[in-house]
Design a protein around this ligand. Structure first.
Ligand code: NAD
Length: 479
C-alpha cells in the first residue's frame, strides 16, 4: 500500500478480483521533483498467465450477460470515476506530471464519459438485417474473448479506458498492462470496477515492464485481441509476437503531424492553434509539431507566436495557473534534448526555448521553436514527443501538401485557412487519420480514430470499436 497525494493506492496486480503482490518490485518515480512515490509489483510470465487464465475463466459468463446488464455495470463504473475525479486527478498528476487543471476538468470527466458512451452505444448497436433471394441475413457482434490492452504514460487512464470500455461493453474480458512510468490510476480503477460490482476476472491488471509483461501477454495463445497505444518500435515487436497466433491488432502509434497556416487564415486563431501544441508539455501523439506557414505571413505569424509562447507559465503541474509541466522522466527529457541539440548541429536555430529550464531545474523543458532546419533533418521527420515545434515556410498549396505528407507518419493534420474550398481541396490530399480545420483536438467518440502509414493500424470509436472487439457474424437463414 502506498499513499500518493494523500490517496491510498495498492500498486499490486489485480487478478481475478484480488490484489496480487509480486516477489519483485520496481520504483515509481514522480516527475515532480523526481521522487519515488510507490513500489510497484513487477510482473512477468507467471502473472500474465494467471491474469489471462482469470480473464478466460470469466469470459463465458460475462459474454452471455445481457447488453442491459453490461451497460448498467459500465455506468456504475462511470459513477465511481465521477465520485473520485479529484483523487484520480491528484494521483495521475503525481504520476505523470500532467496539469492538475486538465485532469480535474477535462481528462477524468472524459474517463467517466468513455464508460458511459460505450455503454449507451452498445444498447443502440444495430443488427443489420437484409434479404438475399429470399434468404434472411442477420449480422451480429459476438464478443471475441480475452483482450490484451497495452497503454502509454502520456494520458494513462484516459487512453486505457478508451479501450477498456468498448472491450467490456462488447462482452470481452480484459488484461490491462499500464505503462511502467504511470501504473497508479489503473490500480485505482481496479478498485472502482470491484465496487461497481463487475464480476471477478472480467477486468485484470498486470503491472511491470514492457518486455517482461507485454512480451508474454502479446504472445499468449489465449489472447484474442491486442489493442496497443504507444510507439512504432514497440508496435513492431508486438506485431511479431502476435504473428504466430494471428491475433488481431489495433495499433495507435506516434505522429509528426503538421499545422498548415495559409495566408488567408485568421492569424490570431492560427497562433492559438500553434501554441496549443505545447499542451501536456508536448507529450501528445496528435500534436501538430510541424508548423508549415505560407511565406507571405510567416514573419507576422512568428512574431505573434513568440509573444504568446514566451508568456506561457512553466512550473509545478499541481498549480492551477501552470501552463506547461515537466517531462515524464529524466531519460525522456534527455531524449528530447538530444533531438534539439542534433537539430541545432544540423543548422536549426532556437527562436524560443531550446533547452531544459535551468531556473526550475528538474524535468522542465522550455517550450521550443526551431527554425531553419534543413530539408530531410531528423527534427522534421522523427517524433520528439516533447515541447518542441519546428517552423517551415511554403509558397504554394502544392508545396504545402507535399511538406505535410513528407513523413512516414499519418496520424493527424490541422489546417488554418479562411477559404472553405481550399480546406476541402487540401484535406482530400492529406494522409492523416484525423484532419482539423480551424480547430484542434475536438474529439467525439462516435468518430473513427486511428492513423495512416506508421501512425497505426485500424480505427477505434463508435462502431469501429465494436467491429474490432467482436467477431462479427453473418447468419443466413433459408426461407
Ligand atoms: P512505448 O511504446 O515505449 O510503451 C507503450 C507501452 O508498451 C508501455 O506500457 C510499455 O511497457 C509497453 N511495451 C514496451 N515494450 C513492449 C513489448 N515488447 N511488448 C509489449 N508491450 C511493450 O510508448 P511510450 O513511450 O509509453 O508512449 C509514447 C508513444 O505513444 C509515442 O510514440 C506516442 O505518439 C504514442 N501515443 C500514441 C497515441 C495514439 O492514440 N496514436 C496516443 C498516445 C501516445
Amino acid at each position: 500500500m502506498a499513499t500518493v497525494a494523500g490517496v491510498a493506492v495498492e500498486p499490486g496486480h489485480w487478478i481475478g478480483g484480488e490484489r496480487v503482490g509480486a516477489a519483485d518490485a520496481f520504483e515509481d518515480v514522480s516527475p515532480i521533483g523526481e521522487r519515488p512515490i510507490a513500489e510497484i509489483a513487477r510482473g512477468g510470465p507467471d502473472a500474465v498467465d494467471a491474469a489471462v487464465a482469470a480473464a478466460r475463466a470469466a469470459f463465458p459468463a460475462w459474454s452471455r450477460t445481457s447488453r442491459e446488464e453490461r451497460a448498467r455495470l459500465l455506468h456504475a463504473i462511470a459513477d465511481g470515476v465521477d465520485k473520485r475525479v479529484e483523487e484520480l486527478a491528484q494521483v495521475e498528476t503525481a504520476d505523470n506530471g500532467a496539469l492538475i487543471r486538465s485532469h480535474r476538468r477535462g481528462v477524468m470527466p472524459r474517463v467517466a464519459h468513455n464508460f458511459r458512451f460505450f455503454a449507451d452505444w452498445l444498447l443502440n448497436l444495430g443488427h443489420d438485417d437484409f434479404d438475399t433471394r429470399g434468404h434472411a441475413n442477420h449480422v451480429s457482434w459476438d464478443p471475441a474473448g480475452v483482450c490484451a490492452l497495452i497503454t502509454p504514460w502520456n494520458a494513462p487512464l484516459m487512453l486505457a479506458t478508451w479501450k477498456i470500455a468498448p472491450a467490456l461493453a462488447a462482452g470481452n474480458t480484459v488484461v490491462l498492462k499500464p505503462a511502467e512510468w504511470t501504473p497508479l490510476t489503473a490500480s485505482l480503477l481496479a478498485g472502482i470496477t470491484a465496487e461497481a460490482g463487475l464480476p471477478d476476472g472480467v477486468f485484470n491488471v498486470v503491472q511491470g515492464y514492457g518486455a517482461e509483461v507485454g512480451g508474454p501477454l502479446t504472445a499468449h495463445p489465449d489472447v484474442r485481441r491486442i489493442s496497443f497505444t504507444g510507439s512504432v518500435p514497440t508496435a513492431k515487436a508486438i506485431a511479431a509476437a502476435a504473428a504466430p497466433n494471428l491475433t488481431p491488432l489495433s495499433l495507435e502509434l506516434g505522429g509528426k503531424s503538421p499545422l498548415l497556416v495559409f495566408a488567408d487564415a485568421d492569424l490570431d486563431l492560427a497562433v492559438d492553434l500553434a501554441v496549443e501544441q505545447y499542451d501536456n508539455a508536448g507529450q501528445v501523439c496528435l500534436a501538430a509539431t510541424r508548423l508549415l506557414v505560407e511565406s507571405s505571413v510567416a514573419e507576422e505569424f512568428t512574431e505573434r507566436f513568440l509573444a504568446k509562447g514566451a508568456a506561457l507559465k512553466q512550473g509545478d503541474p499541481r498549480d492551477e495557473a501552470t501552463d506547461i509541466g515537466p517531462q515524464i522522466h529524466r531519460r525522456h527529457l534527455e531524449r528530447v534534448d538530444g533531438f534539439v541539440r542534433r537539430a541545432k548541429d544540423a543548422g536549426a536555430r532556437a527562436v524560443l526555448g531550446g533547452g531544459p529550464n535551468e531556473e526550475l531545474g528538474g524535468l522542465y523543458y522550455r517550450p521550443t521553436l526551431l527554425t531553419g532546419a534543413p530539408e530531410g533533418a531528423e527534427i522534421l521527420t522523427e517524433e520528439v514527443f516533447g515541447p518542441v515545434l519546428t517552423l517551415q515556410t511554403f509558397d504554394t498549396e502544392e508545396q504545402a501538401v507535399a511538406m505535410a505528407n513528407g513523413t512516414r507518419f499519418g496520424l493527424a493534420a490541422t489546417l488554418a485557412t479562411g477559404d472553405p474550398e481550399r480546406a476541402r481541396r487540401v484535406t482530400s490530399r492529406l494522409v492523416a487519420g484525423t484532419v482539423w480545420v480551424n480547430c484542434f483536438f475536438v474529439r467525439d467518440l462516435r468518430a473513427p480514430f486511428g492513423g495512416a502509414r506508421e501512425s497505426g493500424m485500424g480505427r477505434e470509436g463508435g462502431d469501429w470499436s465494436f467491429d474490432f472487439y467482436c467477431d462479427v457474424k453473418n447468419t443466413v437463414t433459408a426461407p
